[in-house]
Write a protein that binds this ligand. Structure first.
Ligand code: UDP
Length: 372
């Protein structure tokens, strides 16, 4: 009998990180992978599934307009039990820190179904930052039997919280395994043609914690650097959130060297990153992806739950004040030595073999820990 392993996804980051694992598990003779979508971010998910040519076996269809975390949790819990009763899984895998992942984990606990957590152990140790993600992932760690920590650093966070060492496996982050599917050598796009030989700055900013003054500061600093450097162009795929759009229009509107565009599909996003000179972001996943491409990242946050890049020297936390973002951004445009120091093609988050390791562990095979 094959082991029935459910991979549950709900949003953009966890779906992107679970796709290569789903593909890997399909190649294993002893495993029957079952893809379950909560549908928390319906449109994003449909595009990602299409890009990877996969179709979910089950879809909870929980998405509602302007849904709150209460509704997401309630809707997952009220729909998942029948589905899990029907599948009778041997193991359920969730990824990261979404509210869908938390609600699925809670359901597994209620039903006494073994749980595996992909990307376990990321922490800021502030339960309101990121909110509600920090608490979502802490709850999942309390329930999961398999904690697939991307790095030694993440493992240490789990050990500090009392998770048993024998339940933690250091595998690397599966996002690095996604990149061979998405990054293409001859990729072209009309936006990249617009950039031409100028330096491309790729920007993403949408996190809940950034909205308000911090976001205005980010945009003001970016505007100043663009105004001062004529060989620099920026592309900013903007989030659907109306507050983000309003702030961007107020601070960046009318600047002809920034293109504010609609959210990109994952293949476009990863290839835009790969074509960049520098990335400015408040996203988590982008901090993990960029070092594979050798692109420096300025993290526009007060702190990061992904410190490995900072330690490796591929990213820098620049805070959320206009002055600090301007200073570090300008430096990397003007100072070649400072730029060269950060643009290393070495990834502290994974080596592209995380999915093989996780599949080996699930199959009960000998597993080689990722030594980062
Ligand atoms: N991403 C994307 N299109 C975009 C912006 C981001 O496909 O317009 C991808 C990005 O490459 C990364 C993931 O979405 O793989 C990160 O998602 P997000 O920033 O929403 O979440 P976080 O990583 O901060 O949890």
């Amino acid at each position: 009998m094959k082991k029935r392993v459910v991979l549950a996804v709900g949003c953009r980051p966890d779906a992107i990180k679970m796709m290569p694992l789903y593909k890997e598990l399909l190649t294993r003779n002893s495993i029957k992978p079952i893809l379950l979508s909560t549908g928390q971010q319906k449109q994003n998910l449909e595009k990602i599934f299409a890009e990877f040519s996969v179709k979910p076996d089950y879809d909870l269809h929980i998405m509602r307009k302007d849904q709150s975390t209460f509704e997401i949790t309630i809707n997952v819990l009220s729909t998942i039990q029948d589905v899990l009763d029907e599948i009778e899984p041997d193991l359920v895998l969730v990824c990261g820190d979404t509210t869908s992942a938390f609600a699925i984990a809670l359901a597994c606990y209620y039903l006494r179904i073994p749980l595996g957590h992909v990307e376990a152990g990321l922490r800021t140790n502030n339960i309101y930052f990121p909110y509600p993600e920090e608490m979502n992932r802490k709850f999942i760690s309390m329930i999961a039997q398999y904690n697939f920590a991307p790095t030694k650093y993440a493992k240490a966070n789990l050990v500090k919280e009392g998770v048993k060492e024998e339940n933690i496996y250091v595998t690397g982050n599966t996002i690095i395994d996604t990149l061979p599917y998405t990054v293409r050598p001859n990729y072209t796009h009309k936006e990249l043609e617009w950039v031409g030989d100028d330096k491309l700055i790729f920007i993403t900013a949408h996190r809940r914690e950034s909205i308000g003054k911090a976001m205005h500061n980010m945009f003001k600093a970016i505007r100043k650097v663009l105004d001062e450097n004529k060989d620099v162009k920026a592309i900013y795929p903007i989030h659907m959130n109306p507050q983000v759009r309003k702030a961007a229009m107020e601070e960046l509107g009318g600047c002809d060297r920034i293109h504010i565009i609609e959210p990109l599909d994952v293949v476009d996003c990863h290839n835009f990153e790969a074509s960049s000179y520098l990335i400015l972001t408040d996203s988590g996943g982008i901090q993990e992806e960029a070092p594979t491409m050798g692109i420096p990242v300025l993290v526009m946050k007060k702190t990061t739950d992904r410190p490995e890049g900072v330690i490796a020297g591929t990213s820098k936390v620049v805070g959320t004040s206009e002055q600090s973002i301007y200073k570090e951004f300008s430096k990397l445009i003007k100072n070649k030595a400072a730029y060269a120091k950060m643009s290393k093609k070495t990834n502290p988050y994974g080596d592209g073999h995380a999915c093989e390791r996780i599949a080996d562990i699930i199959e009960g095979k000998e597993y080689q820990e990722w030594k980062n």
